[in-house]
Design a protein around this ligand. Structure first.
Ligand SMILES: [Fe+2]
Ligand SMILES: [Fe+2]
Length: 187
């Protein structure tokens, strides 16, 4: 796996990002912060070796994703609600894990399904409308998306067939993720 920490944005690239792209990157940074804290929340409450191994593996990737956006998004553009994204991520991970493995894997699958679509929209934007400088983000977002797909598939692969309650919980988590992204783009 490529180390995102090695990819540092030249300052001229950062300065050339459009207002739209800065908002998108702000939501990415906030989302990856939330993801890191989801897995921290899981690890804080579970002793199950299989779940801990799952969470440790995903957390290592999410830390790299967060580090990447820390490098590429000027700090004055970070969301002002970072404490909220940390808390909500931690609570989502911890409470899901406390409700059991099944709920946890459904939650992770729902979050990662949302994230894959979120990155797909940004990749599509860069391919069709992004400036030359913004297109420097393209291969990195594609790699991020592939790793989130792996997270989604890993969680889904551990699931039993889902009933209506699981589908409802997926919808709730998906709506919550969408709301968080909408807020993080603005604040
Ligand atoms: Fe991530
Ligand atoms: Fe992920």
């Amino acid at each position: 796996m490529q180390s995102f920490g090695d990819i540092v944005a030249p300052s001229f690239v950062k300065q050339s990002f459009s207002r739209f792209m800065l908002r998108e990157l702000r939501s990415d940074h906030a989302g990856e912060m939330g993801a890191v804290y989801i897995y921290k929340g899981v690890l804080a409450v579970t002793r199950d070796a299989r779940v801990r191994n799952f969470a440790h593996n995903h957390l290592a990737t999410e830390i790299q994703h967060l580090y990447f956006f820390d490098q590429w998004l000027p700090s004055n553009q970070h969301s002002k609600l970072i404490a909220l994204w940390k808390l909500s991520g931690f609570l989502l991970g911890a409470l899901s894990a406390l409700m059991g493995k099944k709920v946890l894997f459904i939650t992770i699958a729902a979050v990662e399904t949302f994230v894959v679509k979120h990155y797909a929209q940004q990749i599509n934007y860069l391919q069709t409308q992004g400036s030359q400088q913004e297109q420097a983000l393209l291969p990195i977002l594609e790699q991020l998306q592939a790793e989130e797909q792996h997270h989604r598939d890993d969680a889904e692969g551990r699931l039993m067939p889902n009933g209506p309650l699981a589908k409802l919980w997926c919808a709730v988590v998906g709506c919550g993720s969408a709301l968080a992204v909408t807020i993080a783009k603005r604040v």
